[in-house]
Design a protein. Structure first.
Length: 82
């Protein structure tokens, strides 16, 4: 019975010498970055001016979405000094 206690103490003492990093959850992403970006919403464009407005709205929506994706990627995978 003494040997059992001795082995238990040796096993526990071996575990205490390691540096263990705490486990943390994933970083939080702000809610505004998860909201969809509006593109063109409206009737099917018929004139050249309407086509131009639709293209500009789609370009703004795409730029907004790409900026949000870049921000989320930076939050989830930060780039620091190496």
């Amino acid at each position: 019975m003494r040997l059992c206690r001795l082995f238990c103490v040796l096993l526990l003492s071996g575990c205490m010498g390691r540096n263990v990093e705490p486990v943390t959850g994933p970083p939080t992403v702000p809610a505004d970055l998860l909201a969809p970006c509006p593109g063109y919403v409206g009737p099917l464009p018929e004139s050249e001016g309407q086509h131009s407005d639709a293209l500009v709205a789609e370009a703004r929506g795409r730029a907004c979405a790409n900026a949000k994706l870049a921000s989320v990627a930076e939050i989830l995978h930060p780039v620091g000094p190496q």
